[in-house]
Design a protein around this ligand. Sequence first.
Ligand SMILES: [Zn+2]
Length: 285
Amino acid sequence: MGERWIAEAEDLKAAGASGVMEGGTPRVTLHVTVSKPGTFDAMHGVLTRAQAEPHILYDPATDRMGQYFPLDRSARALRNDGTRRTNGHGTVNIQVEVCALPVPAFTDVWKPGPNWVALLRAIRSWGVPDVWPAGRLAVNGSDNVDRSWGSYSKAGWFGHCNVPGNDHWDPGPINQRAVFSTPNLAPVEDDMPTPDDLWNATLVGPDGKFKARARDWLTYANDKAGNAARDAGAALAVVKALAAKPQGLTAQEIEDAAAAGAKAALEERIQSATTVLNVAPRETP
Ligand SMILES: [Zn+2]
């Protein structure tokens, strides 16, 4: 069992009813609405007023996608071939209306979006292969392309122009391979933390209990390091003063040496602290 409802699709209310599928092979029948891309709402109105709903309405201008019927029921976008059903032919006959004119071909201007990828996933879940068994698509209304039951009974993709008993020539001369390829949709690595994420991440202390944001940890650690540097600077300065005057220092000389050493160490710290704190959180665009 494939996907009956596509999770990414808007739930469009059909005016007409769906029917049972008669079995056989799985297929897609592709249409264009003969309107410019960007006409999703208008075409929704046209299709429901005519009760000629497909399964899927897709707008290549916006990647907007809606669904009228579960994919394992018949849709309403095809005329029957006399008494022989076309909409109900196959295990599935997934009808896709793309909001586009037949010329220029929508594949010339279109960049498939995530919803097109979701549609391909759902179509393939029914075992529809990435092939066009009837061959090429009509380039105009008088182009004699394959409309035989022999071809239309095979598994794969067809244009409305390939459906027996129908005289529409859509979807036009689209690039038939392009509908299967989604080169612009390589998965985006979106799990890299931004500087802001890192700066505001909550860290747990060594005791497993104390928690603080990374920026607060850094400030705290910097203060501690500053204190240590200050004290080490003071001690070192006293030792150096003693070495220079082995006979001994007065209390005032010790105090002065320590203060100068601490000051020098802190100034050095301020330099490095400034460097550290210059890694300021950046606004994410
Ligand atoms: Zn059509």
